[in-house]
Design a protein around this ligand. Structure first.
Ligand SMILES: [Zn+2]
Length: 443
């Protein structure tokens, strides 16, 4: 099948960051041509045409830290510190999940993400029922690297704790079933929750398994000073150095947050080319702090962006994250730091690197997979139209400006409507399961 996005302004994010008035031709899920195709032959069959006249074509936006399993908990865990947020709300709610609730939670989150221009995610599920999340991801058409959460440390909450062998075996089984599924759109990502919830042997084994499977490792790190203290006390090392010592580092690893990484930690993250996933809304809402992103970028770190889970945000909106990522650094380091163009890189090229897919997605270039977002910036909030286009996208645009979304060459959102599933049905299913979960944990 071929698809032609005709007549838009194309933000390529290619090495010279070209912005072109161009058509984008997609064939067999890949970008075949970026340029003016008028009068030129576009393959043997007539392509399906998306008219992008007056619209902006962007590489699909990428969020490299999401918990789809928590979408049903939105609004159920507000205004709490991380430790209470986890222990009193998130862990009991995750423990109450069934296959049905995991499925509808993933459908709800993915619908919000796709409608808002996020085409690819790195997703940490709960301990159980991750198959059901993959079924939802398969059906709804988002590009996702997802994995079951691992918690084998004796201090982990009993209802979620597994034996090391059980945790590793189920991960390996899920990886065998889903890594590379749906024409490579779905991938497996090993997901130890965070250092305090995992034993050293588990982390070491995860590193080996991920390398063998050519899969990414997705975890949290240095989110709060309390977490750092705990790791130092129990494992005798700074958390970033500890994770490195058990093989959770390098281009294969994505560490969410790193708010409290110190100078030495930042240097180590840069040296190892470990991916940091910045989640500004979550860090502010949980009161965790402001991650030193300009310092990390100056040190040469790889940085991506993410909304984290719905209960600590409460949106899964990449436009909100981009805007906030830029704004929160200004009082710390001055208004010049983290300009719009650099933030857009975090949500495209940075995300692609964190997913280990930088040769496949993150820019609009011939040969890459066709993950594309078409934005309508004709609303008053994004005018005047001659203002810098990247500034309009990062500082002014909203998720509701997304008109069309293409993932792997398929049109999954057209004219602001999800085409792969019925949003009303998703909301019905999600609401019914959210009610059941709430009753199950008594909140
Ligand atoms: Zn998280």
């Amino acid at each position: 099948m071929s698809l032609l996005l005709r007549g838009g302004r194309v933000i390529t994010m290619d090495p010279s960051r070209r912005i072109l008035e161009a058509d984008v031709l997609v064939e067999q899920g890949r970008i075949q041509n970026v340029g003016t195709l008028e009068g030129r032959k576009v393959g043997t069959k007539r392509p399906v045409i998306l008219d992008c006249t007056g619209l902006i074509v962007l590489p699909g936006l990428i969020q490299a830290h999401i918990h789809l399993c928590q979408t049903l908990f939105r609004g159920l865990a507000d205004d709490l510190a991380l430790e209470a947020w986890l222990a009193e709300r998130i862990w009991p709610l995750e423990a109450a999940h069934t296959e049905q609730s995991i499925y509808w939670s993933a459908m709800l989150g993915s619908a919000e993400l796709l409608l808002g221009g996020t085409t690819a995610i790195l997703d940490m599920e709960s301990v159980r029922h991750t198959n059901a999340a993959f079924e939802a991801l398969d059906l709804i058409g988002i590009r996702a690297t997802a994995g079951k959460c691992l918690m084998d440390a004796p201090s982990s909450p009993a209802p979620l704790r597994e034996s090391t062998d059980q945790a590793l075996q189920e991960s390996a089984d899920l990886c065998a079933r889903w890594h590379g599924a749906a024409n490579g759109r779905l991938r497996y990502g090993f997901a130890p929750r965070f250092a305090p919830s995992c034993t050293g042997p588990l982390l070491r084994a995860v590193s080996d398994l991920a390398e063998k499977a050519d899969a990414v490792i997705h975890t949290h790190a240095a989110e709060t000073p309390l977490e750092l203290e705990l790791v130092k006390r129990e494992r005798g090392n700074d958390e970033i150095a500890y994770l490195d010592s058990v093989g959770i580092s390098g281009p294969r690893a994505a560490l969410a947050h790193c708010v409290w990484a110190d100078k030495e930690g930042i240097a180590r993250l840069a040296r190892q080319a470990t991916n940091i996933v910045h989640c500004p809304s979550s860090n502010l809402k949980l009161g965790s702090g402001v991650a030193p992103i300009p310092e990390m970028l100056a040190a040469g770190c790889r940085v991506a962006i993410g909304a984290d889970g719905a209960p600590c945000n409460n949106r899964l909106d990449v436009f909100a994250e981009m805007r906030l990522a830029a704004l929160i650094q200004k009082p710390r380091r001055g208004p010049e730091v983290l300009p719009a163009a650099q933030v857009l890189e975090l949500a495209t090229l940075g995300g692609a690197r964190a997913l280990g897919l930088d040769t496949e997605i993150g820019s609009i270039e011939e040969g890459k997979r066709a993950d594309l977002v078409v934005l309508d910036l004709t609303g008053p909030h994004a005018q005047p139209e001659d203002a810098d286009l990247v500034s309009r996208i990062v500082y002014s645009a909203r998720a509701s400006d997304v008109r069309h979304v293409v993932v792997d060459g398929h049109v999954v959102v057209k004219d602001g409507v999800l085409k792969t599933a019925d949003t009303k049905e998703i909301c019905r299913g999600a609401n019914s399961e959210a009610r059941r979960l709430r009753r199950a944990v008594g909140i």
